[in-house]
Design a protein around this ligand. Sequence first.
Ligand code: TRP
Length: 334
Amino acid sequence: MINGKKVLFSGMQATGNLTLGNYLGALKNWVTLSDEYECFYSVVDMHSITIRQDPATLRQRARKLLTIYIAAGLDPKVNCLYYQSHVSGHAELSWILSCFTYMGELNRMTQFKDKAARHGDNINAGLFTYPVLMAADILLYQADVVPVGIDQKQHLELTRDIAERFNNLYGDVFTVPEPYIGKVGAKIMSLQDPSKKMSKSDENPNGSIYLLDDADTVIRKCKKAVTDSEGVILYREEQPGVKNLIDIYSACMGKTPEDVVREFDGRGYGDFKMAVGEAVVSVLKPLQEEVARLESDKAFVDLIIRENAEKASYHAAKTLRKVQKKVGFPVRIP
Ligand code: TRP
């Protein structure tokens, strides 16, 4: 508990450009959570270097992501928005927790297996211990809840196992986090292959709408979206492409899928795709304007970065000192 509120932690990687899927599925919903929870939203740049990155690009994207957090409506005075690499406690706790995590557990992580297969030339130890760093992120702030997508569920389960193992040995040190089950965001699929999630790392740029795509690009991608030959706008599994477009339109317009089906009854795919494109633009345009405004106010963003890193470090240090003491490290002489 911080300030009488439960604690919520989540993070995003600054690798690749954020997509409409990241926004509608996660970020947009984060904004509503700060009334109920004390929220920590990290730009997890330390996780990013498990895959080789160009340093200048990583730095630029991390800054962009933090700016997008603010532009999306996360108030930086209320939510703690910070870079993981600015708080040394993440690395320190990660080391300790790695001594309480088994090789066998990490070997079972499906994301590790996937990534190792995709990056065969760079299967580094960090890629393997990635879930331990993620556990440290969460446990460092004694988070009660963690909103994560399905692809991160296994990592959260492992986090709970590590926390419980540690608590069994040393008493109640860590809050055991729960996955956040609330109003879940829309799950947005690729525009080119509606069986796949819309992804930052899609090789086909037409599959994803990026948050910073301009209006023409958004409209063009929507027009090219894969549909089917049914010719009717219905919300059902047999028409995954149309269903995805309905999800996008309803999330952007704040309508239910049923409303959308009614609204477009008897209309053609061409009209509908155009309307989807316009709906997306109506959401992205104000967000992009706010990103541009924040980018021109460097001093303000710098101040946010500094203050929030201090706030995060303060809470991180509290947990870290407790853990260091429990495992037997000598106490610091003040
Ligand atoms: N691994 C997460 C992802 O790629 C990002 C992440 C890192 C995270 N640490 C976290 C998410 C802690 C939730 C909580 O999506």
